[in-house]
Design a binder for this molecule. Sequence first.
Ligand SMILES: CCCCCCCC(=O)SCCNC(=O)CCNC(=O)[C@H](O)C(C)(C)COP(=O)(O)OP(=O)(O)OC[C@H]1O[C@@H](n2cnc3c(N)ncnc32)[C@H](O)[C@@H]1OP(=O)(O)O
Length: 154
Amino acid sequence: MHYDRCFGCGELDGGLHMRSTMGEHALVHSRFTVTEAHQGAPGLAHGGLLACAFDEAIGSTVGNVLRRPSVTGKLETDFVRPVPVGSTLFITAKVDGVAGRKLYASAEGRLDTEDGPVAVRARALFVEVALEHFTTHGAPDALTKLKRAEQINP
Ligand SMILES: CCCCCCCC(=O)SCCNC(=O)CCNC(=O)[C@H](O)C(C)(C)COP(=O)(O)OP(=O)(O)OC[C@H]1O[C@@H](n2cnc3c(N)ncnc32)[C@H](O)[C@@H]1OP(=O)(O)O
């Protein structure tokens, strides 16, 4: 968790409540379980929420592997298989490269087990920002709030 009120990883009611774990070879593993609240078509996950889960999984990967403050500049998703309500996506993400402030990363999500069929792939460009990005555009006390989450979950 990088911030307790983050929609992706925080404690908010209705949030995605995702957690990430660093694995071997700098791969980062996250899980997203699709509930009734995440539906688009009846019984199926909404594509925008799946994109959100991948934004979170990749953002957490960039943050934890590179330890550079950054924001999503671009996020591309390939939805290759339907994701039913009740299923869990096992997401594995990695950093693909760094070019100055541009941080490239990607992820794939497999259905229900770590070696299940791939249902979603995503690629993202994160752009490194100064910490003032968060205090100027977000909340003046943003750094205190982010630091609090770091203390809960170092
Ligand atoms: C642990 C954390 C988990 C968090 C997960 C969730 C993360 C998020 O959702 S963050 C929220 C969503 N994202 C945002 O709000 C970002 C809003 N955008 C911005 O603030 C700015 O556009 C920002 C910071 C991305 C870039 O602006 P700026 O700092 O002026 O840099 P800028 O010069 O435009 O771009 C830097 C480089 O990135 C490239 N770039 C920026 N955006 C894009 C894009 N969409 N596509 C391709 N390239 C891009 C530029 O071309 C430039 O490349 P080069 O250096 O080769 O010329």
